[in-house]
Write a protein that binds this ligand. Structure first.
Ligand SMILES: [Zn+2]
Ligand SMILES: [Zn+2]
Length: 149
């Protein structure tokens, strides 16, 4: 599945856009970095609401922070799952692509620079502003499980 409708997020990071992160932003970034799976805004709210040290109580606070983190390139939105992942920096200066396992929800980031060159070649200098590369399938672990069935 290919969709081209999300910002070239990690470009911001390499362009040196530095947004000052507040305590809420940092709490969310920490949660996402520690999580093995992508988390939705509500997963994050649930995980942080009960933490005494964090002052996040409402969905709008989570969305505001996520918007900022996505803008900064620290976090990516995975449209296929309507969830967020911390950037694992698998793409240096290039837009990220994602391999999404439809069985376990595992997401792996990869460098999607090769994909970006396609519209440039095909459309005579078309300037891409937003792009979203998400490939759905089965991760190695789930393929092995599938074979055992
Ligand atoms: Zn990234
Ligand atoms: Zn899997």
């Amino acid at each position: 599945m290919f969709c081209y409708n999300v910002k070239l997020l990690c470009y911001n990071k390499t362009r040196g856009v530095s947004l000052s992160l507040n305590q809420n932003d940092n709490s969310i970034l920490k949660k996402l970095t520690a999580s093995a799976r992508p988390m939705s805004a509500y997963d994050l709210l649930r995980a942080l609401r009960d933490d005494e040290r964090v002052r996040i109580k409402a969905p709008t606070q989570v969305y505001r922070s996520l918007e900022k983190l996505v803008e900064a390139g620290d976090v990516h939105r995975v449209s296929a799952l309507n969830a967020f992942v911390a950037c694992s920096c698998a793409h240096k200066g290039s837009p990220p692509g994602f391999l999404v396992c439809t069985a376990c929800g595992m997401v792996n980031e990869f460098d999607a620079a090769g994909v970006l060159s396609v519209p440039r070649q095909r459309t005579g200098g078309f300037s891409v502003q937003t792009m979203n590369v998400e490939l759905s399938g089965l991760c190695k672990k789930c393929q092995i499980k599938d074979l055992r069935k």
